[in-house]
Design a protein around this ligand. Structure first.
Ligand SMILES: CC(C)(COP(=O)(O)OP(=O)(O)OC[C@H]1O[C@@H](n2cnc3c(N)ncnc32)[C@H](O)[C@@H]1OP(=O)(O)O)[C@@H](O)C(=O)NCCC(=O)NCCS
Length: 338
């Protein structure tokens, strides 16, 4: 049975059941990834940026004879932002290839269509069943990135400390746990607005103006995701010349996510990328002692950044793709296949 589901009001047993399914999916499809934890999972599923909406449905087994709620075997959610719906679908490995994934997508797609959105986008992880699944539904690949993972247990910390100081004269590097200080928000947003050649994919939009940036930091905190920032300040102008952002999510705190890394055009060639990323890892080592890995996503064409990441010890892990589909086409195709 597929029904609309609001994580805000869901019982703790349902949240725990969804977590079990998510971890079964990870064990089947991404066995090297750490399992997720329950901490802040409800907030992770609930909180959104102003102007965005997330709608969710679950496929749940019938209640047991003792009245215990049935397990959640599948979930679909769609985040409505700008003019697209960003889809996420999970089906427990024990319930796959029965058409459940397709039913979940049909339910979400119809709503996205009714809401007047024209396109649906989805992140698809390479070498998992998702690739064949979304291609069978008519989604096409828009963009490919490589995910790389850094295992902190093999990092040469002395070498890293040297990299952290290898920056041209005239720059000052600062570490800010929690986000940039308020007096730097405007300069920070300017750096992000100028350069969009980032570590990030298009389904994870960056924030380019101060208000949006504040909202985005606030949303991260509410979702239980702690941002850390290292920035390089150009001493002469006070401008933010470079920045790097890492987020430690309460849901998988042993593996952090690298978000944007940006070096503003005029300040390239001074070793800023390498120095700020190295400084970040050194800071995280003491700020987050349980952290074991950091993962990052790069466009395959971004050779300069890939080179620095390789020097830091990142190893390519898998393709991470963005697929999209026209909503009306998807709804027609799914209705015709019933
Ligand atoms: C992708 C996923 C949702 C598919 O769910 P599902 O219920 O098995 O999909 P369906 O049964 O509706 O399959 C629909 C069609 O997709 C295609 N398909 C799905 N899985 C496939 C596979 N493993 N190999 C080949 N084709 C596949 C087939 O064409 C299938 O139709 P068919 O069974 O009639 O041949 C499921 O595998 C899943 O949850 N994967 C993890 C997704 C995810 O987000 N992961 C993130 C962390 S890895």
């Amino acid at each position: 049975m597929v029904r609309e589901w609001d994580p805000r009001t869901a019982s703790s047993a349902e949240i725990a059941s969804l977590l079990d399914t998510l971890n079964a999916v990870l064990a089947a499809d991404l066995p090297q990834d750490p399992p997720w934890r329950e901490s802040s999972l409800r907030e992770y599923l609930t909180e959104v940026m102003p102007g965005e909406r997330r709608i969710s449905w679950v496929a749940q087994e019938e209640p047991g004879t003792n009245g215990a709620p049935g397990a959640i075997l599948g979930q679909v959610q769609v985040l409505l932002l700008g003019d697209i719906g960003v889809l996420e679908v999970l089906v427990h490995p024990s319930a796959r290839r029965t058409g459940l994934g397709r039913d979940l997508v049909r339910t979400a797609a119809r709503r996205v269509y009714q809401e007047g959105f024209s396109a649906i986008g989805v992140e698809v992880v390479g070498d998992t069943p998702s690739v064949a699944f979304y291609e069978s539904l008519g989604f096409t690949r828009e963009y490919v990135e490589t995910r790389s993972v850094l295992d902190l247990s093999v990092v040469d910390w002395a070498e890293l400390a040297e990299m952290a100081t290898g920056i041209g004269a005239g720059y000052h590097v600062e570490f800010h746990p929690g986000g940039p200080p308020d007096e730097l928000i405007e300069a920070y947003a300017r750096a992000k607005a100028e350069v969009r050649d980032v570590d990030d994919g298009e389904l994870r939009p960056s924030s380019y103006d101060p208000e949006r940036l504040r909202d985005s930091l606030d949303c991260l905190h509410r979702r239980g995701m702690k941002p850390y920032i290292v920035l390089a300040l150009h001493e002469q102008t006070g401008e933010v010349a470079g920045l790097t952002e890492v987020v430690v999510p309460a849901q998988h705190p042993t593996r952090a996510d690298q978000y944007d890394t940006i070096v503003v055009q005029d300040h390239r060639g001074y070793g800023i990328d390498r120095a700020i990323k190295a400084r970040m890892l050194l800071e995280l080592r003491s700020a987050e002692p349980d952290l074991a890995e950091v993962q990052t996503w790069n466009a395959q064409a971004n050779e300069a950044m890939l080179k620095v990441n390789a020097e830091l010890g990142y190893r390519p892990d898998r393709d991470w793709c963005e697929y999209s589909v026209d909503v009306a086409d998807l709804v027609h195709r799914l209705d015709a296949s019933r």
